[in-house]
Design a protein around this ligand. Structure first.
Ligand SMILES: NC(=O)c1ccc[n+]([C@@H]2O[C@H](COP(=O)([O-])OP(=O)(O)OC[C@H]3O[C@@H](n4cnc5c(N)ncnc54)[C@H](OP(=O)(O)O)[C@@H]3O)[C@@H](O)[C@H]2O)c1
Length: 332
């Protein structure tokens, strides 16, 4: 039986008035952690776009209070009330309502329902798994949407928007590693050499893919991974080739979609929505198996950094204001 501390340090949001809340580090009694079959000693979490929104209270991510933040976690099981997990097992959780309805990963210990926990893929350390985190695993879900649609490396050119961000940088690495010709779209032209080091063959500015308000323009790519939404997504769809596919997972540039149906009905373009939060376990396991097989570990190291939990209050604004790039793991 492991010697457990009485308390766990956590970043927790407590409601102040109405939907407003304040977020502070607190020592919480282990006995006060939520109910669940699995108690995990968390070694790493991650910083994702949604975490930044929760830290800064810029969007209503948290649905019940008090709430421990952090949509991802990785660590070691210390207690388990189910035969699916045993003390000592290395595990991870992505999404599944962490930091929304379930207490999340910014805590030295967390107790969780077994249904949200999965074994850590053997070839990843907890730190590497959190460098990937929800953003990297979502990038793989987007890649799977493209490959399930039938896109072929060597034949089909693909586009990735928000390319220097978490989802975008992993998507560029995965697609280039698989042999696709990848065009990266970024608002940060000074990051061209970073994107080329990940495998992008061409780097374009956001203005370079402006379709000029036309619902359909010259056909340029067979597939795209979009994290931006809004007008940029409409422009991406307008320039997708006949029978192509756009995997849309984000709204970093806006939640609207000011396009028309013409690319769908005249070019057979598919718009595939990608959600990572409630994906069934079988598909998660498939995504992580593919990450193990396909993600270049040197590129993962190149696009990631690991920061300390104490830095979270300022890392949230830094991410939203475009001062970070790639992936950020958090050492708990
Ligand atoms: N559906 C899901 O389950 C799921 C999972 C993970 C993430 N997401 C969503 O995917 C999006 C990206 O997440 P992330 O973790 O990659 O965030 P991130 O690291 O902040 O990257 C977002 C990138 O988008 C670009 N961008 C930001 N603001 C923009 C704007 N106003 N117009 C155009 N481009 C803009 C920037 O790239 P450049 O500077 O290179 O242009 C930025 O680095 C977020 O909306 C997030 O909520 C969804």
């Amino acid at each position: 039986m492991t010697n457990l501390p009485d308390t766990t340090r956590a970043l927790i949001a407590r409601q102040t008035e109405g939907r407003k809340y304040a977020t502070t580090f607190e020592d919480i009694a282990l006995a006060d952690l939520p109910e669940g079959e699995v108690l995990v000693r968390v070694s790493h979490s991650a910083l994702n776009y949604k975490d930044a929104l929760a830290i800064t209270a810029k969007a209503p991510i948290i649905r019940s209070f008090p709430m421990v933040l952090g949509i991802d976690l990785a660590g070691e099981v210390v207690e388990s009330a189910t035969s699916d997990f045993a003390a000592g097992d290395k595990v991870l959780v992505n999404g599944f309502g962490l930091s929304e309805t379930l207490w999340g990963g910014y805590s030295e210990y967390q107790r969780l329902p077994a249904r949200v926990v999965q074994k850590l893929p053997a070839s990843f350390s907890p730190e590497q798994a959190m460098q990937i985190g929800t953003a990297g695993y979502t990038a793989m879900l987007c890649v799977m949407a493209l490959t399930d649609h039938g896109l072929k490396p060597g034949t089909d050119a693909v586009l990735v928007t928000g390319a220097t961000g978490g989802v975008g940088s992993v998507a560029v690495s995965l697609l280039a590693g698989a042999g696709y010709e990848v065009t990266a779209v970024t608002g940060r032209p000074e990051q061209e050499s970073f994107l080329k080091s990940l495998g992008a063959s061409e780097v374009l500015s956001r203005a370079d893919i402006d379709a000029g308000g036309r619902p359909m323009a010259r056909e340029r790519w067979a597939g795209a991974v979009d994290v931006v939404g809004g007008q940029l997504l409409a422009d991406v769809i307008a320039q997708t080739k006949y029978d192509g596919i756009v995997a849309a997972c984000g709204m970093a540039g806006g939640g609207d979609l000011p396009g028309s149906v013409y690319p769908f009905i005249l070019r057979g373009v598919t718009l595939r929505g990608v959600d990572s939060v409630m994906v069934p376990m079988e598909r998660r396991l498939r995504a992580w198996q593919r990450l193990e097989a396909e993600l270049d570990r040197d590129l993962l190291a190149e696009l990631s950094e690991t920061r300390d939990m104490d830095e979270l209050p300022r890392l949230g604004p830094d991410l939203l204001e475009g001062r970070l790039k790639g992936r950020i793991a958090i050492k708990i």
